[in-house]
Design a protein around this ligand. Structure first.
Ligand SMILES: Cc1cc2nc3c(=O)[nH]c(=O)nc-3n(C[C@H](O)[C@H](O)[C@H](O)COP(=O)(O)OP(=O)(O)OC[C@H]3O[C@@H](n4cnc5c(N)ncnc54)[C@H](O)[C@@H]3O)c2cc1C
Length: 489
C-alpha cells in the first residue's frame, strides 16, 4: 500500500469519511470522474520538486491524496468546494504538476482537484485582443490554438509543454519572451475563481478599473491556497510580422549587464534577453567560437516590422559599444530549437545527483553581487559540482537571476544536502537585498523563507487566508501560510 511509503503526509481521511465523500462527489460529477484507485492517486502525489522526484525514485511518495476528482465546469467546482468545506476535507488543485517546490502535493490527503478536463477555449475576442480560457488548458495547446487564429499569447515558459494556464496564474509564471509581453500577471485581464465555501467570484473583462482592490487579481500567485481558478481572460497579440535575432559575447557578466540596463532605459523591449555566465555559455553554445571563455548575451526581437528594426538597432549598437563581440544569429536559432527541453533533471536524478534551479530577482545595482554571492555560497558546500547562472528576464528596474546547481552529497544524505544548498542560496540572496523568487513560486519548500521576504506582511496574508478559508481546507501547508509539520524549517 502506498500509504505505508509516504514521507511528508500529515493526514488522510478516515474510512467512513472517504466513503461518504466518494458517494457525494459521484453525485456531483458522476462516477467516472471520481477515483480512489491507487494508480490515479499516485499519479498526482508529486510534482517536479526535486525532493519529491528523489523520493519517488527510491520508491517513496511525498503524500498520497485520498481521492481524485476531475471537474468539467465551474458549477461542479463550486459544489465540490461547498461539500468539502462543510466536511472539513482538504482540496488541492492540480494543473500539470510541473511546479518545482511541491505546491500541488496534497499534504493532508483529501481531494486532489485535477483541472485537466477544464481545458476549453471559451471565447476569442480579436477586436479587444483578449482570449477567455479554462485553467486546465495545456500551455502548448493554448499557444497553438492562438497561432492558428493569427495571434500569440506571448507566454513561453520552458515547461510550456507540461504546464497549464491555471498553474501559470497560480504561480505568477514567466515566459522566455517576457521582456516584450510581460509575465503572466501582466497579461491577466480577469479571473473567475471558486472560494473555499463554493462562492464564485469573477472580475470584469475591461483593461483597467478603479473600484477598490481586485479580488480576482489577488488570486495571482496564491498557488491554490485562496481559491480554485476556473476561468481566465488574457491579453493576446497579433502574430508577429517580423523577428530579428542577434548575439554577443562579453568578457565579463557585469559589463554585459550594464549594456542590458542601458537598453532597457531606451524603452526598447526585445522579447528575449538572456545573459549566460562562462559555464552555461560553454554548455549551451559550444559551436560559437567567439564565445569561448566568454559570457553569451542573446536577443530576439519580434512584432511590428518598423519597431523591430528600431529595437534591433538599439540592442546591437549598445551591445557593441559595451565591447560585445558579434556572434550572429546562429546561437539564437540554436537556443530556439532547444528551449523547451526539460530532460536534464531526470537524467541527473537517475545518476544519483541532486539538481535544482533557483530563480531570484535583483535590481540592477545588486544584480552582479547577488550572482557572485549565491554562486560562492553554493560552490562552498562539499559535494557541489556546479552552481552556474544566467539572467533570464529583464526589466527597467532589474533582472531575474536563474541559478542551476548540481552535486552529490558526500554522506549520501540527499535531503540534508538539498537543504544545505537552499539555506545558503536563500541567505546569500536575502543578505544582498534580492527577492527569493521570480517565477517558480513558493509551494511547500520555499515557505520557510516567506517571513524573511514579507516581514509583517506575512501575518496580514495569513489573516486574509483565514478570512477566505476559515477551515484551512484549500491546499493547506503551502505558501508559508502555516508551517508544514513534516517539512519544517
Ligand atoms: C523543467 C521545468 C522548467 C520550468 N520552466 C518554467 C519557466 O520557464 N517559467 C515559469 O514560470 N515556470 C517554470 N517552471 C515551473 C512550472 O512549470 C510553473 O510553475 C507552472 O506555472 C506550473 O503549472 P502547472 O500547471 O504544472 O501547475 P502545478 O504544478 O500543477 O501547480 C502549481 C501550483 O498551482 C496550483 N494550481 C494549479 N492549478 C490551479 C488552479 N486552477 N487554481 C488554483 N490553483 C491552481 C497548485 O495547487 C500548485 O500550488 C518550470 C518547471 C520545470 C519542471
Amino acid at each position: 500500500m502506498a500509504e505505508n511509503r509516504t514521507v511528508i503526509q500529515e493526514k488522510s481521511l478516515s474510512d467512513d469519511l472517504l466513503h461518504e465523500m466518494t458517494s457525494k462527489l459521484q453525485k456531483i460529477v458522476g462516477e467516472e470522474r471520481v477515483s480512489v484507485k491507487e494508480i490515479d492517486r499516485l499519479s498526482t502525489c508529486r510534482d517536479f520538486w526535486p525532493m519529491a522526484s528523489i523520493w519517488f525514485m527510491e520508491g517513496r511518495f511525498p503524500s498520497v491524496p485520498d481521492l481524485i476528482v476531475w471537474p468539467e465546469n465551474t458549477e461542479e467546482v463550486s459544489a465540490i468546494m461547498a461539500l468539502a468545506n462543510e466536511k472539513g476535507v482538504p482540496v488541492t488543485p492540480y494543473g500539470e504538476g510541473s511546479g518545482t517546490l511541491g505546491g500541488s502535493i496534497a499534504l493532508r490527503g483529501g481531494i486532489v482537484l485535477d483541472m485537466k478536463k477544464m481545458n476549453r477555449v471559451k471565447k476569442l475576442d480579436g477586436e479587444n485582443q483578449m482570449v477567455t480560457v479554462e485553467p486546465g488548458l495545456n500551455g502548448s495547446l493554448y499557444e497553438e490554438y492562438l497561432n492558428r487564429q493569427g495571434y500569440t499569447g506571448g507566454h513561453f515558459p520552458q515547461s510550456i509543454r507540461c504546464s497549464s494556464v491555471g498553474g501559470w496564474l497560480a504561480c505568477r509564471a514567466a515566459g522566455q519572451f517576457s521582456t516584450r509581453y510581460g509575465k503572466i500577471e501582466d497579461m491577466l485581464v480577469s479571473l473567475e475563481a471558486v472560494l473555499a465555501d463554493g462562492t464564485v467570484i469573477k472580475g470584469r473583462d475591461v483593461p483597467r478599473t478603479s473600484t477598490g482592490p481586485r479580488l480576482d487579481h489577488f488570486l495571482l500567485g496564491s498557488e491554490g491556497t485562496l481559491g480554485i481558478i476556473t476561468e481566465a481572460t488574457l491579453t493576446i497579440w497579433p502574430y508577429p510580422e517580423k523577428r530579428a535575432m542577434s548575439s554577443f559575447a562579453f568578457d565579463t557578466m557585469d559589463v554585459a549587464l550594464e549594456a542590458i540596463r542601458k537598453i532597457m532605459r531606451t524603452g526598447a523591449r526585445p522579447a528575449v534577453v538572456r545573459l549566460y555566465d562562462y559555464v552555461e555559455t560553454s554548455y549551451h553554445f559550444p559551436e560559437a567560437e567567439e564565445a569561448e571563455d566568454r559570457c553569451m548575451l542573446i536577443f530576439l526581437i519580434e512584432g511590428n516590422e518598423k519597431i523591430v528594426d528600431a529595437e534591433n538597432d538599439i540592442c546591437t549598437s549598445l551591445a557593441r559599444e559595451h565591447g560585445g563581440v558579434d556572434c550572429g544569429e546562429e546561437p539564437v536559432k540554436h537556443w530556439l530549437e532547444r528551449r523547451f527541453n526539460v530532460s536534464l533533471a531526470s537524467k541527473m536524478f537517475r545518476q544519483g545527483a541532486v539538481l535544482d534551479t533557483i530563480e531570484v530577482t535583483s535590481n540592477w545595482h545588486n544584480a552582479f553581487e547577488i550572482y557572485k554571492n549565491m554562486q560562492a555560497a553554493m560552490i562552498g558546500i562539499e559535494g557541489v559540482a556546479l552552481a552556474s547562472g544566467h539572467y533570464s528576464h529583464v526589466y527597467p528596474e532589474g533582472a531575474c537571476l536563474y541559478i542551476t546547481t548540481m552535486g552529490t552529497p558526500p554522506d549520501e544524505d540527499k535531503e540534508a544536502f538539498y537543504r544545505r544548498l537552499w539555506n545558503v542560496a536563500m541567505e546569500a540572496c536575502l543578505s544582498q537585498g534580492g527577492a527569493i523568487s521570480h517565477h517558480h513560486g513558493v509551494g511547500l519548500h520555499r515557505g520557510q523563507w516567506m517571513e524573511s521576504e514579507h516581514g509583517e506582511g506575512l501575518n496580514a496574508l495569513r489573516s486574509i487566508k483565514k478570512a477566505l478559508d476559515p477551515k484551512g481546507i484549500i491546499n493547506p501547508g503551502k505558501l508559508g501560510m502555516e508551517e508544514a509539520e513534516k517539512w519544517p524549517k
